[in-house]
Design a protein around this ligand. Structure first.
Ligand code: TEU
Ligand code: CA
Length: 545
C-alpha cells in the first residue's frame, strides 16, 4: 500500500487566475500576479494551490475550453512564468495542482480544427459526431449544461458534434485510444515539470455512452481512470481530485479507495444541490440544515476508511460560503469563522476558495449586463425566453451565479481593491473597502487568522486528520456538532448555523468534562454542562482531557 500520504494533512487553496491578482494593468489576473502573492499564501499556511486553467484558450468558458494543453494563455503570462511559479511555490513548500480539463477541448484546439475538415480526417474520431435524424432533427434531445441542445451542426461536414457544455467545448471521444494516449502524454509532460497533481474537471463524464443517453458515470469510467492512473500519476507521489457531480458515498469508494489505484479523492456535491429545487440551480430553495447535516455526516461515516473526503463550501462555480451557509450581514465574521471551524475539523482534505479566508460575500449586480459567466448569461436568456420573470431569474442569479465567486480578490481598500490598476474584466464587489486582505492582516480577530489557526491545528493534532467521526444530536435543527476520537483522545466540535440562541443537549458521557479550547469564535466555558447554550453562530472545538 501507498506510504502515508502528505495530502492527508494538507490544506488546498484554489486560485481562479482571472480574478486573483493583475500585475500588468490589463484588468485580468495573471501568473506574475499570483507570484506576487505567494508570501500571503505562505502566511496563511496552505500546502497546495489548485490553479484553475491557465492554458491557451479562446476564453469562451474562462479557460475551461483549452486550445493548447501545453502552452499558457497570453492573458495569464508565459510558460516561463508558469515554471517560475512552480519553482517559487516549491521553495515555500507549496505544491501546485493543475486543472485537467479533458472531457472536452476548445473548438480552437488543433485536434478539432482537423476533425471538422472532413469526415475521413485522421482526427475525426477524437470527437463525437452524429448525423441528424433527417429534416433538420437533432441526433437526440440531450441538452447542454449551458443551455440549448448538446448537439451543434457543422456545415463543413454536414454532421452534428456533441458538447455537454458550450458549443465551443466539443466533448472528446474517450473510446478512441488515440485520445487516451494524447492526454496521458500531456499529463506526463506536466508531471515531469514538477506539478503536485491534478484536479480533474467533470471527470465522471469521460465515462459517457452517448448513444445510450449516458452522460457520465457509465461502465467505461473506472477502467479509463485505472488506465490513466497506470499511464501517468499512479507511480508519482501526487494529489489527484476528481470533480464528480453525481458521486455518492458508494461511488466515492470506487474512485478513492487506495487499493483501487484510481484517484486520491473526489469533490461530491450532495450538500450543494440540496438547495436546488428538483436539481435546478436556477430555482434556489431555503437550505434544510438537518438534511445538510445528514449529508455531511453520511460522507464522514460511509467514506471513513475506504477512501478519502475532500471538504469544501465553495469554488469558482459556487456562491460564496458566508452568503450561502452563513450570514453575510450582521454576523458575517462570526458565521464565516463558524463555517470554517465546522468544515476544517472534519476528516478529509479541506479546500479554501480564494477570498473565503476573508469572508468575501456574494455580489448582487443590478443588471444582467454586469455579468460575464457564460452559464449565467445563457440561462438568463433561455429562461426569460421561456417566460420566467426576469426579476425572478436575476434573484436566482444573485443566489447561485458562478460570478458570485469570480468578482476580483480584495487585496486592500484602494481603487479596485488593489486587484488591478486597469479596468477589471468583471466588476468588483462594492464591499471591498470593508472586506480586504490588508485590513484582515492587521486585525488579530479577522477570519484570516481564524483560517491560519485551523490550518496549523491540522498539522499539530493527528486526531483531526485520522480521528473517527460521530454526530452529536444529529436531529438538532440548527446546531452541527460532532465528536472526533483517536487513540483515546476526544475532540468536540460545535457549530451553531443559526442567528438564534440554541440549546445543545450533550451525550451523558460528556457531561462535566473539561478540555483545552483549540479554537472558538467567542470565549466559551471549557467545562461542559449537559445542556450547552450557544449564541448566534457560536462555534468552538474542545480537546477533551
Ligand atoms: O464544472 C462542471 C459544471 O457543470 C459546473 O459548471 C456546474 O455543474 C454548473 O455550474 C452547475 O450549473 C466544471 C468547471 O468547474 C466549470 O467551471 C466549467 O464551466 C465546466 O466544468 C466545463 O468545463
Ligand atoms: Ca493581467
Amino acid at each position: 500500500t501507498k506510504p502515508v500520504t502528505w495530502w492527508h494533512n494538507s490544506v488546498v487553496y484554489q486560485i481562479y487566475p482571472r480574478s486573483f491578482c493583475d500585475s500588468n494593468g490589463d484588468g485580468i489576473g495573471d501568473i506574475p500576479g499570483i507570484i506576487s502573492k505567494l508570501d500571503y499564501l505562505e502566511k496563511l499556511g496552505v500546502d497546495v494551490i489548485w490553479l484553475s486553467p491557465v492554458y491557451k484558450s479562446p476564453m469562451d468558458d474562462n479557460g475551461y475550453d483549452i486550445s493548447d494543453y501545453q502552452d499558457i494563455a497570453p492573458e495569464f503570462g508565459t510558460l516561463e512564468d508558469m515554471l517560475e511559479l512552480l519553482k517559487l511555490a516549491k521553495a515555500r513548500g507549496i505544491r501546485i495542482i493543475m486543472d485537467l480539463v479533458v472531457n472536452h477541448s476548445s473548438d480552437e484546439h488543433e485536434w478539432f480544427k482537423q476533425a471538422r475538415k472532413s469526415r475521413d480526417n485522421p482526427y475525426r474520431d477524437y470527437f463525437i459526431w452524429r448525423d441528424g435524424k433527417g429534416d433538420g432533427d437533432l441526433p437526440d434531445d440531450q441538452g447542454s449544461v449551458f443551455g440549448g441542445p448538446a448537439w451543434e451542426y457543422d456545415e463543413q461536414t454536414q454532421a452534428y458534434f456533441y458538447h455537454q457544455f458550450s458549443k465551443r467545448q466539443p466533448d472528446l471521444n474517450w473510446e478512441n485510444p488515440k485520445v487516451q494516449d494524447e492526454v496521458h502524454k500531456m499529463m506526463n509532460w506536466w508531471l515531469d515539470k514538477g506539478i503536485g497533481g491534478f484536479r480533474l474537471d467533470v471527470i465522471d463524464l469521460i465515462g459517457k455512452d452517448v448513444d445510450k443517453g449516458i452522460r457520465g458515470n457509465g461502465p467505461r469510467l473506472h477502467p479509463l481512470l485505472k488506465e490513466m492512473n497506470l499511464a501517468t500519476f499512479g507511480n508519482r507521489d501526487v494529489l489527484t481530485v476528481g470533480e464528480t457531480w453525481d458521486a455518492t458515498p458508494e461511488t466515492a469508494k470506487l474512485y478513492s479507495n487506495p487499493e483501487r489505484n484510481e484517484l486520491s479523492m473526489i469533490f461530491q456535491f450532495e450538500h450543494i444541490t440540496l438547495s436546488w429545487k428538483g436539481g435546478d440551480k436556477w430555482q434556489p430553495i431555503e437550505l434544510d440544515l438537518k438534511a445538510f447535516k445528514q449529508v455531511m455526516t453520511r460522507w464522514q461515516t460511509e467514506l471513513s476508511d475506504q477512501g478519502w473526503n475532500s471538504l469544501f463550501w465553495n469554488n469558482h462555480d459556487l456562491p460564496r460560503a458566508v452568503s450561502k451557509y452563513g450570514d453575510d450581514g450582521e454576523y458575517r465574521v462570526k458565521s464565516a469563522k463558524m463555517l470554517a471551524t465546522a468544515l476544517h475539523l472534519l476528516k478529509g482534505t479541506p479546500y479554501i476558495y480564494q477570498g473565503e479566508e476573508l469572508g468575501m460575500t456574494n455580489v448582487a449586480f443590478d443588471s444582467i449586463d454586469d455579468y460575464r459567466d457564460i452559464e449565467t448569461l445563457n440561462l438568463y436568456a433561455e429562461r426569460v425566453a421561456q417566460g420566467v420573470d426576469p426579476k425572478a431569474m436575476l434573484a436566482a442569479i444573485h443566489e447561485n451565479s458562478r460570478d458570485n465567486a469570480r468578482t476580483p480578490m480584495h487585496w486592500n481598500n484602494q481603487i479596485h481593491a488593489g486587484f488591478t490598476t486597469g479596468q477589471p474584466w468583471l466588476a468588483l464587489n462594492p464591499n471591498y473597502p470593508q472586506i480586504n486582505a490588508a485590513d484582515a492582516l492587521g486585525d488579530e480577530n479577522s477570519t484570516f487568522y481564524h483560517y491560519q489557526t485551523l490550518i496549523s491545528l491540522r498539522k499539530q493534532f493527528p486526531i483531526i486528520v485520522y480521528g473517527s467521526f460521530r454526530a452529536v444530536e444529529p436531529d438538532h435543527e440548527a446546531v452541527f456538532a460532532y465528536l472526533r476520537e483517536f487513540e483515546g483522545q476526544q475532540l468536540l466540535v460545535v457549530a451553531n448555523f443559526s442567528a438564534q440562541k440554541q440549546q445543545l443537549l450533550l451525550p451523558k458521557e460528556l457531561h462535566g468534562r473539561s478540555g483545552e479550547c483549540l479554537i472558538q469564535n467567542q470565549p466559551v466555558e471549557s467545562q461542559l454542562v449537559d445542556n450547552l447554550s450557544l449564541d448566534a453562530y457560536e462555534s468552538f472545538a474542545l480537546l477533551l482531557n
